[in-house]
Design a protein. Structure first.
Length: 289
């Protein structure tokens, strides 16, 4: 973050030193806006609503850099898919509270499985009890359910963090296809879909996606494009070259799950969280013939 702000300041200083006294005012204003955006995200990252245990994950999940890459702005309408206990919501909710709108598309209200029902209820309770969450709009999402995660064509951005593998493992290609279709429906033309998930090396068999929790980046891009999205940019902000993606219990071998318990715990803690791809897609603008 400091690096980004220094880069902006250095750019302006360089223009001055090289005699560009008449550089367009718009350039400086754009630089100031970018710096202010970073500061605002930083404030949201460090707000009192965030738990200590969640903050410990920042070094692996890089929330400020990830959200900046997606191009989030404080006046946007954003949909977070399957927020769980609210790891990213703790940043998104205060960031968007004053000027924007946040939909949290959680597990369906009709869900009867204990874990999913409790997770949704705990999240709903937090909306009532936590002032930082008070303006979050609770909706729902389930693959193959034609979910209305937000009013059609209303969202500037849809975000999904480490969820695609769940839908694939439960419903195969059809589950991921259904998800992308729902996201496309909710977004405005020109809206952004941000995707983060665990990366399966391209030379590994595609069948490994069915059980390891890792997904091939190329496959995910193909599925999104089939739904109508255009790949706008990729980032390695959440890459981890120490992760070989070939662990005994899949991605859950690594932190924070550590499914092997004490077996080689120090080794897996040393690897850190998984290697992840970070993708930004755009819903094309409507063009007149």
């Amino acid at each position: 973050m400091k690096h980004s702000m220094l880069t902006t300041a250095s750019m302006i200083a360089l223009l001055t030193l090289t005699g560009c006294d008449n550089a367009p005012r718009e350039t400086e204003q754009a630089a100031d806006t970018t710096a202010q955006q970073i500061m605002t995200l930083s404030a949201a990252q460090n707000n009192p609503a965030r738990s200590t245990s969640n903050k410990l994950r920042d070094e692996f999940r890089n929330p400020v850099e990830t959200l900046q890459f997606f191009g989030i702005e404080p006046d946007m309408t954003v949909v977070e898919i399957w927020p769980g206990s609210g790891w990213y919501t703790e940043i998104l909710a205060p960031y968007l509270q004053a000027q924007g709108k946040l939909y949290a598309a959680h597990f369906p209200a009709s869900e009867t499985r204990a874990y999913y029902a409790k997770s949704r209820q705990d999240f709903a309770d937090r909306i009532i009890s936590d002032p930082y969450f008070s303006d979050v709009i609770l909706t729902e999402f389930a693959p193959l359910a034609d979910s209305e995660i937000a009013p059609p064509g209303s969202a500037d951005m849809v975000l999904t963090f480490r969820n695609l593998h769940n839908w694939y493992m439960a419903h195969g290609e059809e589950g991921v296809e259904s998800a992308f279709n729902d996201f496309y429906e909710a977004l405005k033309p020109g809206g952004v879909l941000g995707v983060v998930d665990h990366r399966l090396p391209e030379d590994r068999p595609a069948e490994d996606m069915a059980s390891t929790g890792y997904m091939k980046e190329s496959w995910v891009i193909e599925q999104a494009e089939q739904a109508g999205f255009v790949l706008d940019a990729t980032s390695d902000v959440n890459a981890n070259p120490d992760d070989t993606a070939d662990h005994p219990r899949g991605v859950w071998t690594l932190p924070p799950t550590l499914r092997l318990g004490e077996d080689n715990r120090d080794y897996y803690v040393g690897i850190g969280e998984s290697d992840r791809f970070t993708l930004r897609f755009v819903k094309p603008e409507i063009t007149s013939e």
